[in-house]
Write a protein that binds this ligand. Structure first.
Ligand SMILES: [Zn+2]
Length: 416
């Protein structure tokens, strides 16, 4: 069986046209040789393990040469919203162990697909600490091996997790209405804010923490946290953003009007140092109307697009109308995969061979992703869909969106 880890992209430039033609000629020619499967396996293994021989040797294996050249092309992606702490990257799905941890393979696949930088998101104070530790460990390992994805992070509390951080339970969560929560005391709130400020300041100084979040509102999942506590948690984190001068990483589900209203209330304080009167932040995983998008844009915010933002024809119409200098690409991995039933599916050019979580092994991870588990490498598909619906070039979309990330979060370079 023929296995493809890196199917060719639709060519975007003249030089990549040539590469693509060469690649196609080779693949067609190669089909006549029974040794093809073996050669591809060897090639994939060499490329994935990043022990590639000097470029002169690639003339013997044109498909390797093509791949190498693609790696050297200017195409670069940033996945501006990943959840690398998720248990799926440790092989556990819904509390069931399915395979060995493979975060290292996930990041390698990302780098091989030209994803050079990833912003990973935190959902609680504990997760923020764990993420800082993960990034530190990844950076320590990377010193040995120069190439690889640079990972950055956020510090914050997700709206659905605000109850467990900013409130205390007054009735058991086994009741039909869910748990009842009352806010912690004012003194306790102050201490939580200070804890977040300390953590974010430390992370900012290290260069690894680039935003406050995910914070925001989620009215689609009120069973986890009532509106009032979500708003309390958001207000607290707006204080943290004001104090640390870090951008906001905002989550919004069926709560656009309230989120806009709350941000408007804090706008002057959030913009106090900026000359352009824009709130620095992103509303990620955007899936609401163009009217709501325009409200956020009027505050100066960026709009994050992932597979969940591209499910319906209406979603696509919204993305089509967004100004290109305000779009940021993300995956929200391991969630928000693009499915065949989604309106976005017809625009996807790059597909990844997959195995079911139960069948996946580290060895198979050299060639396969896990079915329905997204990874940073899937950000290429988001770029393809955005480019497709807007009638733009994929490479150009990737470039502009990377620039948007830099404009919002800074240069995303590691401190030495
Ligand atoms: Zn989110």
């Amino acid at each position: 069986m023929r296995k493809k880890l890196f199917p060719p992209r639709r060519p975007a430039t003249t030089s990549s046209n040539h590469i693509s033609i060469l690649f196609t000629i080779y693949v067609v020619g190669c089909c006549t040789f029974r040794a093809q499967a073996f050669m591809q396996r060897v090639a994939t293994s060499i490329i994935v393990k990043r022990h590639a021989p000097p470029i002169t040797q690639y003339s013997y294996y044109p498909h390797q040469f093509a791949r190498r050249t693609l790696l050297m092309s200017s195409l670069q992606y940033i996945d501006a919203g990943a959840n690398l702490l998720d248990s799926m990257y440790q092989g556990t799905y819904h509390s069931k162990p399915r395979h060995e941890p493979d975060l290292d393979l996930v990041l390698r696949r990302a780098y091989d697909k030209n994803v050079h930088k990833v912003i990973s998101l935190a959902g609680t104070i504990k997760e923020s600490e764990e993420l800082m530790e993960l990034i530190h460990n990844l950076d320590s390992e990377k010193k040995k091996e120069e190439e690889g994805v640079k990972v950055f992070g956020t510090v914050g509390v997700h709206p659905t997790r605000c109850a467990e951080v900013f409130a205390q339970e007054t009735s058991p969560s086994t009741t039909e209405e869910g748990a009842s929560w009352i806010p912690k005391t004012e003194q306790e709130q102050k201490e939580i804010i200070q804890q977040l400020i300390d953590l974010a300041t430390r992370g900012k100084e290290s260069g690894n923490i680039v935003a406050i979040g995910e914070c925001g509102l989620d009215y689609a999942r009120l069973q986890f946290c009532p509106k009032e506590i979500q708003q309390l948690g958001l207000r607290a984190q707006l204080e943290v953003a004001i104090e640390t001068k870090l951008p906001l990483y905002l989550h919004n589900r069926e709560s656009g009007d309230d989120l806009y209203g709350l941000l408007l209330e804090y706008k002057d304080r959030l913009c106090q140092d900026g000359s352009d009167n824009n709130i620095r932040g992103i509303v990620h995983s955007f899936d609401e109307s163009i009217e709501i998008a325009n409200q956020f844009l009027s505050l100066g915010l960026y709009i994050g697009i992932n597979g969940c933002s591209l499910k319906t024809a209406d979603n696509l119409q919204v993305v089509k109308q967004l100004p290109s200098d305000r779009i940021i690409l993300e995956t929200d991995c391991p969630w928000c995969d693009i499915r065949p039933s989604h309106a976005s599916a017809e625009y996807v050019q790059t597909t990844f061979p997959t195995k079911k979580d139960k069948q996946y092994t580290r060895e198979l991870g050299e060639e396969f992703c896990v079915k329905n588990r997204t990874e940073p490498c899937h950000v290429a598909q988001i770029a393809e869909v955005v480019a497709g619906i807007r009638g733009e070039d994929v490479e150009e979309v990737a470039k502009v969106c990377c620039q948007n990330v830099y404009d919002l979060f800074g240069s995303l370079e590691k401190k030495r």
